[in-house]
Design a protein around this ligand. Structure first.
Ligand SMILES: *Cc1c(COP(=O)(O)O)cnc(C)c1O
Length: 399
């Protein structure tokens, strides 16, 4: 007997994925990334991007890119350790280090690769790599590449983390957490984690993809919000693709850690440096945040307050988040997908997030607010949510 064909086998897997409500579609936008986007000829108010400060299509970033092309060209041409590291990259690294209060920062191509580096470079055989259970997939993949023992504690549960540390026999401890949890919007208990790391001679790595440029002192991130900075036994990873509206990532910390990454991280060594156009866009965005953070912050957090208050009045099931990530828990995967589709019919782009991005039966609408939304758009979204969730009479039901 011959083998069953690849086509048949893969198509069967596709049928199963569709039946479970887990099929993923790419939405092809016909416009720039902004609060109002075109999708298949329909204009939608976009509540799904990570463009928290509304910078992705800001004119300052565009002019950063166009002024760069003339001087620096289109591509870096080589990896950082060969000849792709230009003074433009150097300048962005110094600015980032200064911005987050670190001795030094090193650029990576993206957050995914920076996280692979952070997890593999500092932990080895017989070390303990200890993660929050809801950490981002890129951190988990990094842990899978490390030879260290990989354990996860219950979400934000310091006591559980401590229990694991006591039960394990290890040489070195590396603790890793999202700063703001990407699918929940809550913030890690950084002071407790730092204390645990201190007590055990450990290193604390914070993935601040969603806090960098948004939270903390002038947008320096969740660490600064908790009165800390990436120094001593703390490392911070930040992405340039979310609030900065560009692309790329960095790890910041003391000189010796950053130099260690440059020497040993395979996702640093074996890849081309970021294109100078992208670096220029990031520099322009960072300058903008430095100048206008207070204004941008009050725009987006004004809308977060408005959204939360309106949802509470209608008893919509909000999660425990004070950040611009405001998920609404639905549970069932098929239901979440259908609600998302109904919102789209009403003019709103709200993605349904399903397993394996979140745990099974915890599908949710991941609503994100940005500085470029208007208060009217938020009001309209809440009205649409109330209708599709059949909560329009919630205040009556409560009474
Ligand atoms: C988006 C994200 C990343 C990956 O960053 P990219 O630059 O998009 O590769 C890493 N960690 C978290 C928590 C994220 O949300």
């Amino acid at each position: 007997m011959g083998y069953r064909s690849w086509q048949e086998e893969l198509q069967e897997q596709h049928r199963e994925r569709k039946k479970a409500g887990l099929w993923r579609y790419r939405r092809t936008l016909g416009s720039a990334q902004q609060a109002f986007v075109e999708l298949d000829g329909q204009w939608l108010t976009n509540f799904s991007s990570n463009d928290y400060l509304g910078l992705a299509s800001h004119p300052a970033l565009e002019s950063g890119v166009s002024s760069s092309v003339g001087q620096w060209g289109g591509g870096a041409g080589a990896s950082h350790l060969v000849c792709g590291h230009q003074s433009l990259h150097q300048s962005l690294e110094s600015r980032l280090a200064d911005f987050v209060g670190a001795e030094r920062a090193v650029l990576f191509s993206n957050g995914y690769m920076a996280n692979l580096a952070m997890n593999t470079v500092f932990s080895h055989k017989r070390d303990l790599l200890l993660h929050d259970r809801l950490n981002h997939a890129s951190l988990i993949d990094g842990a899978r590449l490390s030879a260290a023992t990989f354990k996860r504690y219950r979400h934000c549960d310091i006591t559980h983390a401590q229990k694991i540390i006591l039960a394990e026999d290890f040489k070195r401890l590396v603790m890793v957490t999202d700063g703001v949890f990407s699918m929940d919007g809550d913030v890690a208990p950084l002071c407790g984690l730092k204390a645990l790391a201190d007590q055990n001679g450990g290193l604390l790595c914070v993935d601040d993809a969603h806090g960098f440029a948004v939270l903390g002192r002038q947008g320096a991130g969740v660490l600064s919000g908790a009165g800390m900075k990436p120094a001593g036994n703390i490392l911070m990873m930040g992405t340039l693709s979310k609030a900065l509206g560009g692309y790329g990532a960095f790890v910041a910390g003391d000189e010796v850690f950053v130099e260690h990454l440059i020497q040993f991280a395979r996702t640093y060594t074996y890849t081309t440096a970021l294109p100078p156009t992208v670096v220029s866009s990031n520099i322009a965005a960072l300058e903008l945040v430095r100048r206008d953070h207070a204004k941008l912050y009050s725009c987006v957090f004004g809308l977060v307050d408005q959204f939360k208050r309106a949802c509470m009045e209608l008893s919509l099931p909000l999660m425990n988040s004070d950040t611009p990530i405001q998920p609404i828990l639905i549970g069932d995967e098929v239901a979440a997908t259908s609600i998302s589709r109904r919102l789209q019919a009403q003019g709103f782009l709200v993605a349904a997030i399903r397993t394996p991005t979140v745990p099974k039966r915890q599908a949710r609408l991941r609503i994100t607010l940005t500085a470029s939304h208007t208060s009217f758009q938020v009001e309209a979204l809440v009205a649409a949510l109330a209708e599709v969730l059949s909560c329009s009479y919630a205040p009556l039901r409560r009474a």
